[in-house]
Design a protein around this ligand. Structure first.
Ligand code: NDP
Length: 447
């Protein structure tokens, strides 16, 4: 069978086994398509059915999460943990609380996580979890009761050497704290079972900033290779959550000007440059909507609808909100306005046709599994510090993060070049992430 036929038959099986899970299909297709040259050179991957095995999670957990709201009513949500691949380390990946969560989203994220974690160079397998619970509009007590119920089941399946969850959309320091507390209470052990913890109880400095900072470090490395820098560049950043805020902070530190940010309702455009302290106050402290920004800074304009952000003229675009937020039409608008670099802070924010448009038009496109790996990388460093019972300084953790991002850039560039796709970082990231996992699976036998 030709390599193309092998890929097609694996993909058909994925469609058959996972009906209706569109995001998972999309993520698998993108990875499989870019692996053709690797499997041509490595027939042992086909003989040992590595592809058929890598698309099948090692374990899928789905459970009831009952909790009581402030009105005394019983509520029921659904919880998930997909333990996808443990070939190179314990399962590692975030937990997402958002009403859109269902099994297909968690599988897509868990699958991507395998390759992302491999790219960091640290010993971490791939996993992901979450719930269709919506923390928006809930009181602290409701969030706490939900997190406790969620962890009451999840704690049977995770552990510092088994599976180490972290935050994601809707899960920040508050939620990690409630989940960690419940784990400790039930298991009676103080271990590094979650990352993204508070600094007084085992968290790592730089974890909060890691994904956003890491994203900007990898773009900076790419710009350096072209003899450029962020100095004087105009940048748009979608979202206004954890990743978006710290990406904006680092761009500003490096001399770039961020002119637009968004949330799920709309976007703000401030031609004078976004005042990040205001965004932090609105989103991190008050948990309000981004449009509030314009009541404070009258130079800024708010537009309803989040896709419009991609019509803002920029040199660098950083999608940092959610999956499939940047489609073909938005990609065309960015190209037309002269955008030269797009790097994904979010997971799979660009649709496949959007990514094709960037590549056809020579826009340097860094996919999420490489560009946003800084978060999980510092989570890996948090695990290392927990094992040592020791906390590093901010400078040390930040230097390690930067080093990891620079290495990721080098590895994905050279993998793309080696397989005849110079400058195609999607192919480079998929191949560089895959080979290490595939070789480890081969070495460990048919399991
Ligand atoms: P947050 O919950 O902190 O922020 C998410 C942001 O995206 C919010 O501004 C939210 O707006 C916006 N958003 C959510 N859904 C939509 C939508 N449908 N359309 C437009 N905007 C939307 O999450 P994070 O910043 O942590 O995560 C953002 C992305 O980065 C996700 O894809 C996540 O998987 C990925 N990521 C995160 C990492 C991390 O360390 N945090 C690590 C690697 C990847 P609103 O306030 O209106 O909900």
């Amino acid at each position: 069978m030709s390599s193309k036929n092998v890929i097609e038959s694996v993909y058909e099986q994925v469609l058959k086994r996972n009906p209706g899970e569109n995001e998972f299909h999309q993520a698998v297709k993108e990875v499989l398509d870019s692996l053709i040259p690797v499997i041509e050179e490595n027939p042992q991957y086909v003989d040992s059915r590595i592809l058929d095995r890598i698309v099948e999670p090692e374990r899928v957990l789905m459970f009831r999460v009952p909790w009581i709201d402030d009105a005394g009513k019983v509520q029921v949500n659904r919880g998930f943990r997909v333990q996808f691949n443990s070939a190179i380390g314990p399962y590692k990946g975030g937990i997402r609380f958002h009403p859109s969560v269902y099994l297909g989203i968690i599988k897509f994220l868990g699958f991507e996580q395998i390759f992302k974690n491999s790219l960091t160079g640290l010993m971490m397998g791939g996993g992901k979890g979450g719930s269709d619970f919506d923390p928006k509009g809930k009181s602290n007590n409701e969030v706490m009761r939900f997190c406790q119920s969620f962890m009451t089941e999840l704690c049977k399946h995770i552990g510092a050497d088994t599976d180490v969850p972290a935050g994601d959309i809707g899960v920040g320091g508050r939620e990690v704290g409630y989940m960690f507390g419940q784990y400790k209470r039930i298991r009676n052990e103080f271990v590094g079972v979650l990352t993204g913890k508070g600094l007084q109880w085992g968290g790592s400095l730089v974890r909060t900033e890691a994904t956003g900072y890491g994203l900007v470090y990898i773009v900076d490395e790419l710009l350096k290779e072209k003899g450029e820098s962020f100095e004087g560049k105009t940048v748009t950043v979608s979202g206004s959550g954890n990743v978006a805020i710290y990406a904006t902070e680092k761009v500003q530190q490096l001399g770039g000007k961020v002119v637009a940010m968004s949330d799920s309702n709309g976007f703000i455009y401030d031609p004078q440059g976004i005042k990040l302290d205001t965004v932090k106050q609105i989103k991190e402290v008050e948990r309000k909507r981004i449009k509030e920004y314009c009541t404070i800074h009258t130079s800024a304009k708010y537009t309803e609808g989040c896709n419009g952000i991609w019509t803002v003229k920029c040199d660098v675009a950083l999608p940092c909100a959610t999956q499939n937020e940047l489609d073909g039409a938005s990609a065309k608008a960015l190209v037309k306005n002269g955008c030269k670099v797009v790097a994904e802070g979010a997971n799979m924010p660009t649709t496949p046709d959007g990514a094709d448009i960037f590549i056809e038009n020579n826009v340097a496109f860094l996919p999420g599994k490489a560009a946003n790996a800084g978060g999980v990388a510092v989570s890996g460093l948090e695990m290392a510090q927990n094992s040592q019972r020791y906390a590093w300084t901010f400078e040390r953790a930040d230097a390690e993060l930067k080093n990891i991002m620079v290495n990721i850039y080098k590895n994905i560039s050279s993998a793309a070049e080696k397989y005849g796709k110079k400058g195609n970082y999607i192919v480079g990231a998929n191949i560089a992430g895959f080979v290490k996992v595939a070789d480890s699976m081969l070495a460990q036998g048919v399991i």
